[in-house]
Design a protein around this ligand. Structure first.
Ligand code: ZN
Length: 242
């Protein structure tokens, strides 16, 4: 297996400090998402010294009300990175959903103006709303991370050119498997969403990508083995970068 990829990892929330060294040694391309602009600096510093880690600027929807005052910092930092995440919307029945939406719309508009950004997006129980905000003509690359919406919305995302990063939690649930099977092979990406997602009672990290590939091979008919799977997924990532 040559190139491994984790497009959604919470490096700053990982409980042990040496993970960036391990990622570096294993040569796993990792997008280290952040949940607020104020913690981005820390991750950015680690990424600056790394060949494989890229820091993403984020404002997590579950922190929207608490951290909306950080939006100006977000906007200030936006031109300094190509990678954006974790952003998005969480649960349309949430009392602060309108605040979330306001922030998300501002961020999407700013990314659209900037063009060429790569966005990792949370859409739990808000799949339609997220796709509505982004629209069908977004000038940048959209990765819907841990997509758990309907097949109809997945298809809308595919039509709009979006990518989908899948993880162990999806690959081990029957609803998640159905979604994984419905993603076109040229839109498929891998992520750990560590430390939030676990596999065999251990938090996932970029180091879990080989076992994720193994599972994907068993879930999808078109990926015959892990080498084919990793080549396909890395080709997709190259296309995103180009
Ligand atoms: Zn996450």
């Amino acid at each position: 297996m040559n190139h491994l990829l984790d497009t959604h990892f919470h490096l700053d929330l990982w409980p042990r400090p040496n993970i960036s060294t391990l990622i570096e040694q294993s040569g796993i391309y990792t997008i280290a998402v952040t949940n607020t602009p104020s913690v981005y600096f820390h991750t950015e510093k680690i990424a600056a010294n790394s060949k494989y880690i890229r820091a993403a600027l984020g404002l997590h929807p579950q922190l929207a009300s608490e951290r909306q005052r950080e939006l100006p910092i977000f906007m200030q930092l936006l031109p300094t990175t190509r990678y954006i995440g974790e952003i998005g919307l969480d649960d349309r029945t949430c009392t602060d959903f309108e605040i979330q939406k306001k922030l998300f719309i501002s961020i999407i508009n700013a990314c659209a103006d900037a063009r060429n950004k790569i966005l990792s997006i949370h859409s739990r129980r808000a799949d339609k709303e997220v796709i509505d905000v982004i629209g069908e003509q977004f000038p940048g690359k959209i990765i819907l991370h841990w997509f758990s919406g309907s097949l109809v919305m997945l298809e809308r995302g595919v039509d709009a050119g979006f990518y989908f990063s899948v993880n162990h939690a999806m690959a081990n649930s029957s609803a998640g498997k159905k979604l994984i099977q419905a993603i076109p092979s040229d839109r498929l990406l891998t992520e750990s969403d560590g430390p939030f997602v676990e596999s065999s009672r251990q938090p996932c990290s970029p180091l879990s990508m080989p076992s994720l590939l193994q599972t994907l091979v068993s879930v999808r008919n078109d990926l015959e083995n892990e080498v084919i799977a990793s080549n396909q997924i890395f080709a997709n990532f190259r296309r995103i970068l180009s």
